[in-house]
Write a protein that binds this ligand. Sequence first.
Ligand code: NAD
Ligand code: UD1
Length: 306
Amino acid sequence: MTGGAGFIGSHTVDRLMETGHRVVVLDNFSTGKRANLARWVDHPMLHIAVCDVGHGIFAALAPIVAKYGPVERIIHLAAQVSVVHSVANPLVDMQVNYGGTLHVLEYARASGVQKVVLASSAAVYGDVEELPVSEDAPKRPVSPYGIDKYASELALDYYSAVHGVATTTLRFFNVYGPRQDPSSPYSGVISIFTDRARAGRPLLIFGDGTQTRDFVYVGDVVRAIIAAAGDGNSRVAANVGTGAETSVLELARTIVDLCGGTSKIEHAESRAGEILKSLARVDRLREQLGVVAETKLVDGLRLTLG
Ligand code: NAD
Ligand code: UD1
């Protein structure tokens, strides 16, 4: 797995290790943390290799493969994850997000990997005309991040069609849960709001808070990843969301309530280029991968608050 030390990656490692798999984590620890994997660090079935996916994965995997045999499946989560960073640094984004995916696919082609799963994003759709957004909606990404994720999807399709590599793409909506890092101003809104509400500090909403998102709990995302890594479903691209829309204001109020009601809710200017509504159509996730993201927001928030 690439990006296995990160938020979604480390939860996926937990599930794979609990079910007895041998797991190799390739990560450059730029946003990922060793602490996220602390539970397994001395476990003989977990191997961690420091590696920048933008520079290739052959060298990092070679000693592990020599000792334990070939890589069977790759879950590719490593990425430069900030949309805002991608706007300021499009070349870095291309090298890590698109380039990293090509390196993974080249490895898969050369080594006979049975399945590649890509973490893509709702960002591939850009501004959406019809909600809930179906996988067949036009792809009009509005950031380098969205462009590189979409280019990665096209590369998966190409490697499937031309080189016979089995692939599945998952388009994550707004994922949240424990271990999501709140430390950057561009961190996920739930990680920021829960961090502030725990400390009784004000929550800052950009705009009036009527903008909506499809917030999906990380445990449900892990189930989608594990299903996608199985056999079948090649050349499928599926949204990973709940099919339920929540406004940022409603989210803020719920979090404040869960934390005892002390934090104030404040408002600031809307973010430039903000998408106003986001909601996934989830039929394909259910029909092709057999997964329903069933964790209710309030339950997922309780799990996040711990
Ligand atoms: P994260 O930052 O916690 O995880 C990303 C991981 O990739 C980190 O461990 C980081 O150290 C690693 N990484 C970054 N650059 C790397 C490089 N060049 N080489 C090797 N490793 C590198 O973020 P996350 O939320 O867990 O995101 C996982 C994946 O899901 C990413 O591909 C992201 O684009 C995608 N995604 C996330 C969301 C969300 O809401 N969190 C939404 C859509 C898509
Ligand atoms: C998120 C992901 C992005 C992914 C997309 C897919 C993060 C950081 N970004 O983008 O990678 O491609 O989902 O759907 O996970 N907000 C506030 N106050 C805050 C922080 C945010 O009001 O302190 C608002 C924002 O203005 C926005 C909403 O909350 O309306 C969600 O913001 P954010 O969590 O940053 O995610 P997205 O921009 O939707």
